[in-house]
Design a protein. Structure first.
Length: 145
């Protein structure tokens, strides 16, 4: 009996991503609150960069400013985001999480952290560090191309 051949690394990685999806690591924990996945991404961006502008957010997410503007307006109407005039540019606005948006964003973050803890639970601290270092290196290389 010969040794079983493993699929190429790309196939194993795709299969791993499929398994991650099945355990709901990418699940939108705010779906029950009427917040879509893309809207959650915008809330997370504003949480990480309070006072950002629409163009800055669009550039960072690889979207157009009109696309972001429409979503920002919907989040503002839902009471999740607030706009303030930019003191340096009267035409621009700065974005901040409203209290309700902050609460939902923190809830989503707690959900995601719980999922990450479950994913890493059976690895030693050294294994966790190795996994993260290799993943970060692979992502850096993919971003550079």
């Amino acid at each position: 009996m010969g040794k079983e051949r493993l699929p190429p690394a790309e196939e194993r990685l795709l299969a791993s991503f499929d398994r991650l999806r099945r355990i709901a690591l990418g699940q939108n924990p705010l779906e029950d609150h009427g917040v879509t996945g893309p809207q959650l991404t915008l809330l997370q961006w504003v949480a990480a960069s309070p006072g950002c502008g629409i163009q800055e957010m669009a550039d960072g997410l690889g979207l157009t400013a009109p696309t972001v503007s429409v979503s920002v307006r919907r989040l503002e109407e839902a009471g999740l985001l607030e706009r303030e005039p930019d003191p340096a540019d009267g035409r621009a606005v700065r974005l901040f999480l409203a209290d309700h948006g902050r609460a939902l964003q923190q809830q989503a973050r707690a959900f995601r952290l719980h999922k990450m803890r479950r994913l890493l639970a059976d690895l030693t601290p050294e294994e966790q560090e190795m996994l993260l270092a290799l993943l970060e290196r692979a992502i850096d290389a993919a971003e550079a191309t």
